[in-house]
Design a protein around this ligand. Structure first.
Ligand SMILES: Cc1cc2nc3c(=O)[nH]c(=O)nc-3n(C[C@H](O)[C@H](O)[C@H](O)COP(=O)(O)O)c2cc1C
Length: 353
C-alpha cells in the first residue's frame, strides 16, 4: 500500500482513517488519533437543521481549532436544499471536504429518514448528493459519502447507489460492511465492498470490524479498497493506527505501548478534552474514554466504577496517574488484554481463499 493518498486537491499522509463516531470523535480525539498515525479524520455529524446550528453541541462539533487540515465535516439530513445549505455553512466555517452521512443507523437519525435510512429511498439519496455537489464543486470542495451495504440483507443496494453517486460527482466512498437493519450485530462482510471497488473508479474506503493489523491487511487484500477506516477499535487504543501502518509497511508488529506511554497519551488527551468541554461536562464525558482505556486491564473494571464517582478534573487526572503507576509496578508494557486479536483475520483470509 503506497503511503500517500490523494483526495481531490489534498494529499493525505496515509490511508488509515478514523471513523466518524458521534460523541467520540471530537477534536481532541481526532487529534489524538492523528498524532498516533491516522492519516485522516472526519468530524462528527453536523445536522442540516438550521435551528440547531447555534447550539453548544453543534458549535463544539464544529470546533476545529488547531486541527491539521484538511478539515472534513460530516453532514446528515433528509432534505436536499437543507443539506446543500449545511454544506455551504460548514465551508464558510472552514470545512474543505464535506462528507454525507448515509451510514448511521441511529433511530434519532433514521426516524427522519436520514443516515442509512436514505439508502432505502434511492431517488432522494441521489437528489441530496446532487444538491450538495452543486454547492461544493464550484468552491473546490470534494464531497465524500459514507454508507452501509444496503438497507437490509434483501435490499443490499450499495453497488447500484455507488455507481449513481460516482456519476453525480462523489469523490470518495466509504462503506461499512453491514446493512442498516443489522445495526452493529453480526460480522461485517466485505464482498459488497469488494464488488463496489471493482465497479467504480473513485477511491473506496473499507470499514467495519477492523481491529488488528492482521485484519487490516486481510480486508485490504480481500476488498482491494484504497483505504481503511477504523472506529471502535481506536476507542481506548488510538495507537492502533501506527500499529496497522507499521504492520502494513513491514509485516512486523510494533511492541504494545509501555504503561507509561499509555498513561501519558491518556493524560494529554484528557487535558485537551477538558479544554473543549470545561470541567463539569468534561469530567463526565471523559469517563467513557477512560473506561475504554482501562478495559480488559487488570483491575480496570473496578477503576472504571471508581472513576464514575469523581467530579473534578484534578481528581480524575490524579486517580488515573495513580492507577497507571500501580499497573506500571508489575508491567512494563500494557498487558495482553489489549493486544491485537487476529482470530477474525484468519476467518476472513479463509473466506477469501
Ligand atoms: C458511538 C458511535 C457513533 C457513530 N457515529 C457515526 C456518525 O456520526 N456518522 C457515521 O457515518 N457513522 C457513525 N458511526 C459508525 C462508524 O463510523 C463506523 O462505520 C462503525 O462503527 C463501523 O466501524 P468499526 O467496526 O471500525 O467501529 C458511529 C459508530 C459508533 C460506535
Amino acid at each position: 500500500m503506497p503511503p500517500g493518498f490523494q483526495l481531490g486537491p489534498f494529499t493525505l499522509p496515509n490511508r488509515l482513517f478514523v471513523a466518524p463516531m458521534a460523541g467520540v470523535t471530537d477534536r481532541p480525539f481526532r487529534q489524538l488519533c492523528r498524532r498516533l498515525g491516522a492519516g485522516y479524520a472526519v468530524s462528527e455529524m453536523v445536522t442540516s437543521r438550521k435551528e440547531l446550528w447555534g447550539s453548544l453541541k453543534t458549535s463544539r462539533r464544529a470546533d476545529h481549532t488547531g486541527e491539521p487540515g484538511p478539515i472534513a465535516v460530516q453532514i446528515a439530513g433528509t432534505d436536499a436544499a437543507m443539506m446543500a445549505e449545511a454544506a455551504a455553512y460548514n465551508i464558510e466555517r472552514g470545512a474543505r471536504i464535506i462528507d454525507i452521512n448515509m451510514g448511521c443507523p441511529a433511530k434519532k437519525v433514521c426516524n427522519k429518514w436520514a443516515g442509512s435510512a436514505l439508502m432505502r429511498n434511492e431517488a432522494l439519496a441521489l437528489e441530496i448528493v446532487q444538491a450538495v455537489v452543486a454547492v461544493c464543486e464550484p468552491r473546490g470542495v470534494p464531497v465524500t459519502l459514507k454508507m452501509r451495504t444496503g438497507w437490509s440483507l434483501e435490499e443490499r443496494n450499495a453497488l447500484r447507489l455507488a455507481r449513481a453517486f460516482e456519476a453525480a460527482g462523489i469523490a470518495m466512498l466509504t462503506i461499512h460492511g453491514r446493512t442498516r437493519e443489522q445495526g452493529y450485530k453480526g460480522l461485517a462482510e466485505y464482498d459488497t465492498i469488494a464488488a463496489v471497488k471493482a465497479a467504480i473508479k473513485i477511491p473506496v474506503v473499507a470499514n467495519g470490524d477492523i481491529d488488528s493489523p492482521e485484519k487490516a491487511r486481510a480486508v485490504l487484500a480481500y476488498t482491494g479498497a484504497d483505504a481503511l477506516m477504523i472506529g471502535r477499535a481506536a476507542q481506548g487504543r488510538p495507537w492502533i493506527f501506527r500499529e496497522v501502518a507499521h504492520y502494513l509497511a513491514t509485516g512486523e508488529h510494533l511492541p504494545v505501548p509501555t504503561v507509561q506511554e499509555a498513561r501519558d497519551v491518556l493524560t494529554e488527551h484528557l487535558h485537551d478534552h477538558y479544554g473543549l468541554y470545561g470541567e463539569q461536562s468534561g469530567v463526565r464525558s471523559a469517563r467513557k474514554h477512560i473506561g475504554w482505556a482501562v478495559r480488559g486491564l487488570p483491575g480496570g473494571e473496578a477503576f472504571r466504577q471508581h472513576m464514575n464517582t469523581l467530579e473534578r478534573c484534578d481528581q480524575q487526572l490524579q486517580a488515573l496517574r495513580d492507577w497507571f503507576d500501580t499497573l506500571g509496578q508489575t508491567h512494563d508494557r500494557l498487558p495482553a488484554a489489549l493486544a491485537a486479536n487476529d482470530d477474525d483475520a484468519q476467518d476472513l483470509e479463509s473466506c477469501a481463499a
